[in-house]
Design a protein around this ligand. Structure first.
Ligand code: ZN
Length: 171
């Protein structure tokens, strides 16, 4: 399994659609997390045969550029391993648990944001499943038709080897 940052594949859209949590110091602030801007950098699995339906959100503090934690979250509400939970394979700061609660409460509870993540997931899978060879915005009608045919063929091939639902998210 290979995970890549969404931003590295779709730079402009990634910059526009990456969320951040801004924490400020204030009276009555009981949080242990230092005031900072925390970017939620999305990572997706690029394996066209893997149907993990999941995002990894790496929370990075703007001032230090250090990751606080990496949060794993699935798109299927009935998946018992949906999360969000802290990915144990990645470095974690002492504020990781509090950050997880914050991210869950502030962004993952927003259906629009979760929809966006799922759309990004699909874009990454499409790119690696035969992938888009041209930018759809600049394609000629002939290119568009050829591209559609080519992708349908690639999709057919990929869906015949798709993992069965209920299989573990990752080997
Ligand atoms: Zn996967």
């Amino acid at each position: 399994m290979r995970l890549v940052p969404f931003m590295s594949l779709f730079r402009e859209l990634g910059q526009r659609e990456t969320r951040a949590i801004v924490l400020m110091d204030g009276p009555g602030d009981e949080s242990d997390i230092p005031a900072d801007r925390y970017e939620l950098i999305e990572f997706y699995c690029t394996d066209p045969k893997c149907d993990c339906r999941r995002v990894l959100l790496r929370v990075i503090a703007r001032s230090t550029e250090k990751p606080v934690c990496t949060i794993s979250f699935g798109f299927d509400a009935d998946d018992p391993t949906r999360g969000p939970f802290i990915d144990p394979l990645n470095p974690r700061d002492k504020f990781a648990d509090e950050m997880l609660q914050l991210v869950d409460h502030m962004v993952l509870s927003d259906p629009k944001y979760v929809e966006r993540l799922e759309r990004h997931y699909r874009m990454v899978k499409d790119k690696f499943r035969g992938g888009l060879r041209f930018d759809p915005r600049t394609m000629s009608p002939e290119q568009r038709t050829a591209e559609r045919k080519r992708r349908q063929k690639a999709l057919k091939k990929a869906s015949s080897v798709r993992m069965r639902p209920g299989a573990p998210p990752h080997p």
